[in-house]
Design a protein around this ligand. Sequence first.
Ligand code: ARG
Length: 569
Amino acid sequence: MIDFKQKIAQQISKVANLPEEEIYGYIEVPTDEKMGDFAFPCFKLAKELKKAPQMIAQDLKEQMTFEEGLIKEINVVSGYLNFTIQSQSIAEIVLKEINEKKEHYGESTMGQGKNIVIDYSAPNIAKPFHIGHLRSTVIGGALYKIHKALGYHCIGINHLGDYGTQFGKLIEGYKLWGEEYNIEEDPINELTKIYIRINNLCKEDESVLEACRDNFKKLEEGDKYCTDLWTKFRELSLKEFQRVYDMLQIDFDSWNGEAFYADKMQEVVDILQQKNLLVPSEGAMVVDLSQKDMPPCIIEKTNGSTTYATRDLAAILYRARTYDFTKALYVTSYEQILHFRQIFETAKNLNLSEKYANGLVHVPFGMVQLKTGKMSTREGNIIKLEELLNEAISRVEEIMKEKNPDLENREEIAKKIGIGAVIFNDLYNSRIKDEIFDWDTMLNFNGETGPYMQYIYVRTKSLLEKAGYIPNIQEIDFSKLSDEASMKVVKQIYNFGDSLKQAAEKYEPYIIARYLIGLAQAFSSFYNANKILGEEKVIQDARLYLTYATGIVLKIGAELLGIQMPDRM
Ligand code: ARG
C-alpha cells in the first residue's frame, strides 16, 4: 500500500537535503482532522537549517512536487506543514488493499528474520492463578500476536514458578496427610491447604522444617520419590491453569519454568566467580551494583541456595543460545522493575554478545484495583481468574437475556463478549497505569469497551447479510466516499498498519485497543450520516464495501488483542 508518510518524507528530504528516515520520524497524524491528514513540524529542522519554522514551511511548500492525484492541498499553519490527501485516491488505495489482503491487512515483513522471546503469564505452581497474572497473560499474549503480524518469529515462554524450598514443604505435607486431601479434584485449593498446614507445623517443630529442607535437597539431586511428587503437583496445577489459557486462547512455545534452570545455574556462578564479581555479603554471595545505584544482586543465599535472580540469569544465557533473540521481553508487574534492572545489569558480565545484553527489555504494568464489594469471590481476597472470567460470562448472559431474548447460541456468544470485555478493559490504557476493575464500566455496550467494538462489528456483518452480497472492488466508484463521515472511516483504516507498528515499538497493546474504538466510532458516525442500503446502486456498493472493510479490520485488530468476535449479539 502507498505510504503517504513516505511520499511526503521523500519530498521534504529532497528539498531540505536531509535524510528521509529522520524526516519520516517527525511526520505526525494530527488529532484534529481540520489540520489535514499528515503534519510536518518544521521547528524540528530549525536548528539544522538555521531558519525560522514558518520560513522553512513556506519554502518547502513552494518547492515540493507530488505526482498527480495524490495530495489535495498543503497548508502552512504556525510552523507546521499540513497535508491533505486527495480523498478519492486514499479510498481507492485503502479499499483495494483490503480486497487484496483481506484478513492479512496490516501485516508487514519488518520483523522478518528476527526472533523475539516473550516471557509472560508465569504463574506459580500450587498457588492460585490470580488476577495479577491476568495482566501479564493478556498483555504478553497481545504482544506476541502483534509481533507475529509484523513478521517476527515469536517464542512465547511460560517461565513457571515451579522451583524453590516451598516444594520441599509441599512434599513433606503430602507425605504426612496426602490422603486427607483430594488434590486430583481441586489441585490448587487443596495444595494451598496442605501448604498452610505444613508451614504452621514447621513453625512449631524445627525437625519438620529440617525434613522439608531435606526434601528440597533431594529434589535437587533427582531423588525419585520427590521428583515424582513435584511432577504430579506441576501437572495438576497446569491442568487447572490450562482451563484459563483455553478461555483466553493463550498458547506458549515453551513451558520451561524456573526448575528447568536447576542444572544451568552453576555456569552463571562460575562466570561471575572467574571475573571476581561474586563477593560475600552477610553470608550470601552477591554481585555488587552500588556503582549503578542499586542494591546487590543476590546469587546465592546464606544457606547456599540459589535465587529467582540466578535462575533468570541462567535463562538469559539459555535463551540467547537457543533462540538467538533480537529482543527478549519480560512482562511482569512494576513490582519487579528493580529485579530486572539488577539482572539485566548483571547479565552484561556473562560473556554474552552485546546484541543480547542490549535486547533485554522489561515490560512492566500497573496493578489491578478493584471497586470493593462489587466482586463475588469464594474466599478471602484472592480473586481467581477462572472465577472472574466465569462471572463476566454470566453477567453478559443476563444482559443478553434482556437485550435479545431470542438470540441463538447465547452461551457461546456470552463467552466471547464476557471474556472479550475483561481483556479489552485490561488493554485499554497504557499498561503502566493501574487498571480499574469495574463490571459496569467494562460491560457498558455504549462505552469505550470490548462489547461496544463487538457490537459495531456485528452491525457490519448484519448489513452485509441484509444486502446479500459483497460488492466487487472493480465496480466501486471511489468518489462516492468523499463525504466527511466516509473519509473518516477510510483514513482510520489506512492508519491501521501504523498503529500496529507503534504498538510493537512501544510494547503497548492499548494503541490498538484505542485504534479499534476510533474505528468503531467512525463507523457509527458514518452509519448515522449515510443511508447504506436502498441507495442508488453505485452509492450502496461503495458504502457497503466500506462496511465490509471496517468489519475486516475490526476483527483483525480484536484478534490481535486476543478477543474473538461474535457473528451476532
Ligand atoms: N512467577 C513470577 C511471579 O509470579 C513471574 C516470572 C516472570 N518471569 C521471569 N523470567 N522472571 O511473579
